[in-house]
Design a protein around this ligand. Structure first.
Ligand SMILES: NC(=O)c1ccc[n+]([C@@H]2O[C@H](COP(=O)([O-])OP(=O)(O)OC[C@H]3O[C@@H](n4cnc5c(N)ncnc54)[C@H](O)[C@@H]3O)[C@@H](O)[C@H]2O)c1
Ligand SMILES: O=C(O)C[C@H](O)C(=O)O
Length: 307
């Protein structure tokens, strides 16, 4: 399994590190536009191989895609991150050009690749890749929901004062400060609905904290987060590489599912060797359905800015 990660910055390097530590890929190629940067990150990461016990070979290249040829999976993290006070949508002007350029170069060298888009605004960048590349929809995946769900479970475990591993839950919808839809009605603690333990008011607070999870970290860090994003991407890559058929909420092109079409937005999917092997349609409450549709409207407004 060969994986390309474009953008050797905070998220790209963290993603490469988690992929290597999980030890399922033979090769990771990091590419960045900044001279020597990917080479340096790759060398630094390779010097952790004996310490962390992995065999994955990590190499770095400056704006050279020949070494990425015949990748099975490619991850796009290239682009600018937001600063405190900004929304993800404000990044569209710069990141759309970068994502379009990079996606074309990846496909040129790896025509059969499965693409994971991370750069923000992620749902719109995934839609852009879909429109530009014309690949089958199972091969273009936007990463956002896996991260948002991890943050939701973290917030739930805080509220429940229990380990996060006891909690299950999912966030669907757009990957934005207002568009996420944490599915509190389906969240459980060891199979018991969390509403058995938490008041409606507390659950509302958990949802709000989840939705602004990225903004909260951006304010604390001065730039956006990278550990959980990198770990989330590595989990998607692993599910594809090892044909695990795990379910994650991912941004995918919808054609009528959930009553939505012609956009990419987060819904649960099964990830295996063919990428998105199935879109799972959940029985949502009317309130959740309405929130998903409102979120879709907002994503479509951002998509319209691509014109
Ligand atoms: N979808 C998500 O859940 C999620 C999570 C975290 C970050 N992000 C997004 O990921 C992106 C990267 O974030 P980061 O924190 O790693 O930023 P960063 O600035 O640390 O890294 C971005 C890297 O991209 C490189 N780059 C820029 N243009 C390029 C090009 N044309 N070709 C190759 N490389 C190029 C830069 O040199 C830089 O090293 C941002 O847009 C951020 O908003 C998304
Ligand atoms: O918050 C951001 O801008 C980065 C990313 O989308 C995140 O959720 O961490």
């Amino acid at each position: 399994m060969k994986v390309t990660v474009v953008g050797a910055g905070a998220v790209g390097a963290s993603c490469a590190e988690y992929i290597a530590i999980k030890n399922f890929a033979s090769e990771v190629v990091l590419v960045d536009i900044k001279e020597g940067f990917a080479e340096g990150k790759a060398m630094d990461l390779m010097q952790t191989a004996t310490l962390n016990g992995f065999d994955t070979k990590i190499t770095g290249r400056t704006n050279d895609y020949t070494a990425t040829a015949n990748s099975d999976v490619a991850v796009i993290t290239s682009g600018i991150p937001r600063k405190p006070g900004m929304t993800r949508e404000e990044l569209i002007g710069i990141n759309a050009g970068i994502v379009k350029d990079v996606a074309g170069k990846i496909i040129e060298h790896s025509p059969d690749v499965i693409l994971i888009v991370v750069s923000n605004p992620m749902d719109t960048m995934t839609y852009l890749a879909h429109k530009e590349l014309g690949l089958p929809k199972n091969r273009i995946i936007g990463m956002g929901g896996a991260l948002d769900s991890a943050r939701f479970k973290y917030r739930l475990s805080e509220a429940l004062a229990c380990p996060a591993s006891d909690v299950d839950g999912m966030v669907i919808g757009g990957h934005s400060d207002t568009g996420m839809v944490p599915l509190t009605s389906l969240a459980t603690r060891n199979s018991v609905r969390v509403s058995e333990f938490l008041s409606e008011e507390r659950l509302q607070q958990v949802s709000e904290d989840t939705k602004v999870g990225g903004a909260t970290l951006t304010k604390l860090l001065g730039t956006s987060a990278w550990y959980a994003p990198g770990a989330a991407v590595s989990s998607l890559v692993q599910s594809i590489a090892c044909d695990q058929k795990k379910m994650f909420p991912c941004s995918t092109y919808l054609e009528g599912e959930y009553g939505l079409s012609d956009l990419c937005i987060g819904v649960p999917v099964i990830l295996g060797k063919d990428g998105i092997e199935e879109i799972v349609e959940l029985n949502l409450t009317d309130a959740e359905k309405n929130k998903l549709h409102e979120s879709a409207e907002a994503v479509k407004k951002t998509n319209a800015l691509l014109e």
